[in-house]
Design a protein around this ligand. Structure first.
Ligand code: GAP
Length: 483
């Protein structure tokens, strides 16, 4: 069954309920940057925790890392990103719109290009106005920054002022010097977290004393100056990745590749994504990144069609060899069995947190008829749900409030909770259903007599009465999978 949410409806739910806001909204926003609200940050944290649990905590062979976002710029020369991390960009000469030529070719294939994933030719006409498109030029997606006290604009302004009246030769020499100075200060915001792992291979190997095969996992921000960010939070300029570099003996790489595709597919199923909305696709040879021997994508059926959630690549020994070559440091593993130094092969499962958030929410979204009304419910796995328990006094009656507050105080150390006393109890249940809260605890006038409350289940809407004294245990039992 396809998700019932359109992209617009999903974006509106995210904003209305405080999951995702447009970045810098009060200034008109900024393309490709998003802010996560009180519920969005909880959901994101829960997704990251569920990933870490599955790939680090529960496994004997993976350890974690948190590397810096800004790295020595030679890292990106060695990795190939300076040379090849670029998309073909075209502009319409009439309406001035800018496109990614490869996407345009896929979405609006011209007759001779209407086959395969990578078309043979890029379109020449604008899909919006029919105007002529420029020839494609490659645009590097890495964000540049300058490290140290250097103000590019001020430097150039001063240089231009000083050059007034200078002869051409002196002027161009001055500009060249300035360019060299800027090049020396140039750094990049990382476009993938992976490289932080490769450059720390030796540090982690010696301190963790792991034996092959073993992996290093990392979660963190990545930045890409995408030509066309879009589809809400699907393609952003700032996003978060969850990546593992799994090092293994050459020759065992294909087996480990199969292992990780299966593991990662099962992780999405474990946290509730429906089978019919999830698929694995092997990339065609002409779709592979410059470092990959083979790649599988785990794709989700988003409203715009099947699209990548996670890539699982066989990066071979490409990165370790390149970093050895460029840094002059040996990045090898001493194999006790053979007495040889070997360069391990790498399997890389790489997932996007923002895309996971979209997929988990979209897949969990459901609508059903309840007593003649439509109930919107987010059937999130309890481990992912931003709020685990809502505390709802039947009304704001002065006798109920102190008991409800006492119950809330009792629960807060154990669960992520929300207290809600605004509007009718029915509307408050609907609000909690729509944000995926698995349990609501209701305090009513009977509570004043029997010291018991009602636990209401999000999915079945069944209600049971539980003494306040047993409430924490009763909820812990129900939420066992989250703790
Ligand atoms: N280290 C390998 C790597 O970065 P990738 O396929 O470019 O591979 C991995 O990215 C994952 O990161 C993707 O599957 C996607 O979930 C996420 N991702 C990549 N670019 C993104 C973007 N612009 N916005 C949001 N998520 C993105």
């Amino acid at each position: 069954m396809a998700p019932k949410l359109t992209m617009d409806k999903f974006a509106s739910l995210c904003k209305r309920r405080g999951f995702v806001f447009q970045g810098s909204e009060i200034y008109g926003g900024i393309g490709g940057f998003w802010d996560y609200g009180p519920l969005g940050v909880e959901l994101k944290n829960n997704i990251k925790r569920a990933w870490w649990k599955a790939v680090v905590q529960e496994r004997p062979d993976v350890v974690g890392l948190d590397a810096a976002i800004v790295m020595n710029p030679r890292v990106w020369v060695a990795s190939g990103h300076v040379e090849t991390f670029a998309d073909p960009m075209v502009d319409c000469k009439s309406c001035k719109r800018r496109f990614r030529a490869d996407e345009l070719a896929r979405e609006h294939p011209e007759p001779e290009a209407a086959h395969g994933h990578r078309p043979a030719a890029y379109p020449t006409r604008c899909p919006d106005c029919g105007g002529e498109l420029t020839t494609p030029r490659m645009f590097n997606l890495m964000f540049r920054t300058y490290v140290g006290p250097i103000d590019v604009e001020a430097e150039f302004t001063r240089a231009i002022a000083e050059l007034q009246g200078e002869d051409w030769e002196r002027a161009s020499a001055r500009i060249r010097d300035l360019k060299d100075e800027l090049d020396r200060a140039t750094a990049y915001l990382r476009p993938e977290t992976a490289q932080g792992i490769f450059v720390n291979f030796d540090n982690v190997l010696t301190t963790s004393r792991k034996k092959l095969p073993f992996g290093i996992a990392q979660i963190g921000k990545a930045f890409r100056n995408e030509v066309t960010p879009g589809n809400f939070i699907f393609r952003d300029r700032e996003f978060e990745q969850m990546e593992i570099e799994f090092f293994c003996r050459p020759g065992t790489d294909e087996e480990w590749h199969r292992h990780w595709v299966e593991e990662r597919y099962n992780w999405y199923r474990r946290y509730g994504i429906r089978e019919e909305n999830l698929r694995v696709r092997r990339l065609d040879p002409d779709e592979l990144a410059h470092y990959a021997k083979d790649t599988y994508e785990i794709e989700y059926l988003f409203p715009m069609g099947w699209s990548e959630l996670e890539g699982i690549a066989n990066r071979t020994d490409f990165d370790l060899k390149r970093h050895s070559e460029f840094s002059g440091r040996q990045l090898t593993y001493f194999d006790d069995e053979t007495g040889e130094h070997i360069v391990p092969y790498v399997i890389e499962p790489s997932a996007g947190v923002d895309r996971c958030l979209m997929a988990f929410m979209m897949d969990a979204y459901d609508e059903e008829e309840v007593r003649g009304e439509t109930r919107a419910v987010l059937r999130l796995h309890p481990a992912l749900a931003p709020i685990k328990v809502a505390v709802l006094p039947l009304s704001r009656h002065e006798d109920l409030v102190p008991v409800a507050r006492r119950v809330w105080d009792l629960l807060r150390p154990h669960f992520m909770t929300q207290y809600d006393d605004a509007q009718s109890i029915g509307r408050r249940y609907r609000r909690q259903d729509e944000i995926g809260t698995p349990y609501c605890v209701t305090i009513d006038f009977d509570t004043l007599q029997d010291e018991a409350v009602t636990i209401r289940d999000r999915d079945s809407m069944a209600q049971v009465r539980v003494p306040i004294a047993n409430l924490v245990d009763a909820l812990k039992e129900r939420l066992a999978d989250c703790l």
